[in-house]
Design a protein around this ligand. Structure first.
Ligand SMILES: Cc1ncc(COP(=O)(O)O)c(C=O)c1O
Length: 480
C-alpha cells in the first residue's frame, strides 16, 4: 500500500485506497471492498449523482431517504454559507438565535394540532432518544414515575443510540449491544402481506393494548410508530389503525410518538405522515428531509400538554446536544422549506404518486415480485420464491440474491436503491420528491431486466411452473 501522503497526493486512484484503509463506513461489511471498489459519489444534480469516474446514477433512494429536494441546489447551499458568515455557531443551551427561533415557529405552524414546541437535535437517533427521555421525565414530573417503557413494532428501525435501539425491533442490530436500555417492548407490525397467524388487520392495533395490559399501564410511557414502517419494506397502516392506537394511548395515558424521520417533509405527499393517516400524536420525531440533508438536523415536536410541566419554577428538560439547532442547519432547513413551498414539492408527490406506483405494480408479471406496497415516494417490492404461496427465501438464498447479485447489479446499471433483508427480502425506492415520469421510466428500465435475471438465477418461475419441492402455506413466514 502507498503511504497516506502518496495516496492523498494521487487523489483519484488514492481515494479507493484511503477509503479502504481509513473510512469506517456505517452498517457496512468492510470486507466487501477487498474485492470491489468502494462506491465513491462525488457530485449530485437533481435526481442524479455521479461517481469518481463521472458515471451517472439515478438516486432512487434520495441518498438515504433524505435528499428530498434533490441534489446540487446552490440556493440551499448559499443559505448555509450566508448564515455561517453572519453567525457560524451558537448553542441552544440557554441561548437562542434567529435561525432556530424562526425555524421552530415555522415547524410549529406546519405541525398538526398543538404540537408547538420544537426541541432540536442533530439527527434522527438523537430525536428518538430525546423523545423517549422527554416521555420519562414528563411522567416523573406529573406523578407517574414508574412509566418508562416504550412499545414499538417488530422489525421497525428507530435508530442506534442505546435508548433508541431499545425501541428498534431488529434482532441483529440489537444483539451485539445487549443489554440495552431496559423497557423496549415489541408488537406485530402492519405487514398485511404476512399477517401473524390467525390475526386480522383490524386486530393489529389491539396487540398494543394487550402489551400495555400485560406490562402494567403504570409502567408504560410511550408507543412509538412510523406512519409507514420503513424496515421490512414500507408497511402502510391498515384502515383505522392509527385511530384505534390513539384511543388506546388515551385510555392508558401513554404518549403516542410518531417517528417521522423518513415520513415527514413530503415523503408521503404531506408535511407530516400523521396528516396522511389523520391522527394526532403527542410528539413527532423527525430529521432527514427537514434540511433535505444539506446539513445534519433533527428534532422532537412536542405538544403543549407535554411542555406544560417544564414551564414551571426550577424545572427543565435536563437533556441537550451541543450542535442541536445549529444556525447553519436551521438556515438551510428554512431555505429548504421555502423551496418546498415555492416549487409545490408536496403537490408533485401527490400528482405523480399514482404513476410511480403503477410503474412498480407493472413489475408484478416478473415471477420474483411478490408484493408492491408503500405510500407517496416511499415504496417497496417484496421478493418471493413463489407468488402464489408467498414462500420467501431462507437466509443463505437471501444472501445470494441480495448481496450476491441484486445490490451490485442495480448499482452497476446505474440505479441507487435499497436491497434489504432486515425482514423478508425487499427492494425499496424513495426518490427525490422532484422526480416524475422520466425518472420512473429510468428506474423501470433498470429494475425490470435485473428482476427478470434475478428470477432466472434463483429459479423462480410463474405459479404452476415451479419445480416440485416443499410448498409453503400462503403467507407463511420464512424460517429465519
Ligand atoms: C424512523 C427512523 N427513526 C430513526 C432513525 C435514525 O436516524 P439517524 O440515522 O439520523 O440517527 C431513522 C434512520 O433511518 C429512521 O428511519
Amino acid at each position: 500500500m502507498a503511504s497516506i501522503e502518496e495516496a492523498v497526493r494521487s487523489k483519484a486512484g488514492g481515494l479507493q485506497e484511503l477509503a479502504r484503509r481509513h473510512l469506517w463506513m456505517h452498517f457496512t461489511r468492510l470486507s466487501a471492498y477487498e474485492s470491489h471498489d468502494v462506491p465513491i459519489i462525488v457530485r449530485g444534480e437533481g435526481c442524479y449523482v455521479y461517481d469518481e469516474h463521472g458515471k451517472r446514477y439515478i438516486d432512487g433512494l434520495s441518498a438515504l431517504f433524505c435528499v428530498n429536494i434533490g441534489h446540487g441546489r446552490a440556493d440551499i447551499a448559499q443559505a448555509g454559507a450566508e448564515q455561517a458568515k453572519e453567525l457560524g455557531f451558537f448553542t441552544n443551551w440557554s441561548y437562542a438565535h434567529p435561525p432556530a427561533i424562526e425555524l421552530a415557529a415555522r415547524i410549529a405552524s406546519l405541525a398538526p394540532g398543538d404540537l408547538n414546541r420544537v426541541f432540536f437535535t442533530s439527527g434522527g437517533s438523537e430525536a428518538v432518544e430525546s423523545a423517549l427521555k422527554l416521555a420519562r421525565q414528563y411522567f416523573k414530573l406529573t406523578g407517574k414515575p414508574n412509566k418508562h417503557k416504550v412499545v414499538a413494532r417488530e422489525v421497525a428501525y428507530h435508530g442506534t443510540s442505546l435508548g433508541a435501539l431499545s425501541a428498534t425491533g431488529i434482532t441483529d442490530l440489537r444483539q451485539p449491544f445487549e443489554p440495552l436500555t431496559p423497557g423496549g417492548l415489541h408488537v406485530p407490525n402492519t405487514n398485511t402481506y404476512r399477517l401473524p397467524h390467525g390475526m386480522s388487520e383490524a386486530e393489529l392495533a389491539e396487540t398494543i393494548a394487550e402489551k400495555i395490559e400485560f406490562e402494567g399501564p403504570d409502567t408504560v410511557a410511550a408507543v412509538i410508530l412510523e406512519p409507514v414502517q420503513n424496515a421490512g419494506g414500507c408497511f402502510p397502516p391498515p384502515e383505522g389503525y392509527f385511530q384505534r392506537v390513539r384511543e388506546i394511548c388515551d385510555e392508558y395515558d401513554v404518549l403516542l410518538i410518531s417517528d417521522e424521520v423518513i415520513c415527514a417533509w413530503g415523503r408521503l405527499g404531506e408535511w407530516f405522515g400523521a396528516y396522511r393517516y389523520d391522527y394526532l400524536p403527542d410528539m413527532i420525531t423527525t430529521a432527514k428531509g427537514l434540511t433535505s440533508a444539506y446539513a445534519p438536523m433533527g428534532g422532537v415536536i412536542a405538544s403543549d400538554r407535554l411542555a406544560e410541566p417544564f414551564l414551571d419554577g426550577k424545572t427543565s428538560f435536563t437533556h441537550g446536544f451541543t450542535f442541536a439547532g445549529h444556525p447553519m442547519s436551521a438556515a438551510i432547513a428554512s431555505a429548504n422549506l421555502d423551496a418546498f413551498e415555492r416549487e409545490g414539492i408536496l403537490d408533485n408527490v401527490r400528482t405523480n404518486e399514482p404513476e410511480f406506483r403503477a410503474m412498480l405494480e407493472s413489475l408484478r408479471d416478473i415471477p420474483i415480485v411478490g408484493d408492491v406496497r408503500g405510500a407517496g415516494y416511499f415504496q417497496a417490492i417484496e421478493l418471493v420464491k413463489d407468488q402464489e404461496t408467498k414462500e420467501s427465501f431462507d437466509d443463505s438464498e437471501s444472501e445470494t440474491l441480495l448481496r450476491g447479485f441484486l445490490s451490485g447489479e442495480l448499482y452497476r446499471r446505474g440505479l441507487i436503491c435499497r436491497a434489504d433483508d432486515r425482514g423478508d427480502p425487499v427492494i425499496q425506492l424513495s426518490p427525490p420528491l422532484i422526480a416524475g415520469p422520466t425518472q420512473f421510466q429510468e428506474i423501470e428500465a433498470v429494475l425490470r431486466p435485473v428482476l427478470e435475471e434475478a428470477s432466472e438465477r434463483m429459479h423462480v418461475h410463474k405459479p404452476g411452473t415451479a419445480a416440485p419441492g416443499r410448498q409453503a402455506q400462503a403467507g407463511e413466514r420464512p424460517r429465519r
